[in-house]
Design a protein around this ligand. Sequence first.
Ligand SMILES: O=C(CO)[C@H](O)[C@H](O)COP(=O)(O)O
Length: 282
Amino acid sequence: MAELPIEDAKQNAAKRAVEDHFDPSSSFVGIGSGTTIIYVVEAIKEKLKTVTNDTIRFVPTGYQSRQVIVKAGLMPIAFDELPEGVLLDMCFDGADEVDEDLNCVKGGGACLFQEKLVAERSKKFICVADYRKAQTHLLTSWPSVPIEVAPISIHVVLSALRALGSSNPRVRDGLLAKAGPLKTDQDFFIIDAPFPKLLTAAEAAAKQSDQGPGKGPGEDGRWEVEELSRRIKLITGVLEVGLFCGMDGITAMEKGISAGGQKPVAVYFGNRDGSVEVRKRK
Ligand SMILES: O=C(CO)[C@H](O)[C@H](O)COP(=O)(O)O
């Protein structure tokens, strides 16, 4: 059977995700960044042809995301204009890699800080991707953790990352636009920090009960996702880490925490054969 072009796989995933999760009576919907999200916005636009709701406001996660919203004729609202205490009904976003627990690596497109703000303030985060992103462990095919860092601090952050076991962390270069490091929407830099394939929480727990207490990476250098995220976030100069892990939005609400879910509740992967695989929270 002929393989589907990757863009078609993304579009199929986007259509299914919107069909299953977009509620036209929503008030606030978050829109992530990247190439796949464009298909999500197209699918939302299509759905809104049949249901009129001029009151939905779409919350962008950066410059590109806002452009996508505006070009589609949808109404943006800046994250910091959201009324206090109000949650987003849902947000849609892409990912660079997703593991079997729905932890994600994000930030391949240099957006991660605003994406995390929006995910944490959403009742549910729906992730849309293609088959290349589906793995059992993070850092299987995607090689490194994107980290947003204050420019003044890059040398201290680079050495702290080496101390955590990152083999060759590097400041990401801008592409063609200008020489030197790439700047994020916050005017910060991105460091890409390679680490060995990460462990899921269950694997790390099993390993610790074999080895005794200790949350470090062990002799093989493999960190558990959440622990690595926490350790990187503690480095002075780090604004945010491109590991979306811990709770999802529904679990957070079940626990009475009104925000703080970073993980998706469902991930839609468009496959080569035209099918869509859905991984849901357990
Ligand atoms: O985190 C992101 C941007 O920083 C994107 O969601 C991620 O890179 C996926 O992008 P794409 O849909 O183009 O594959």
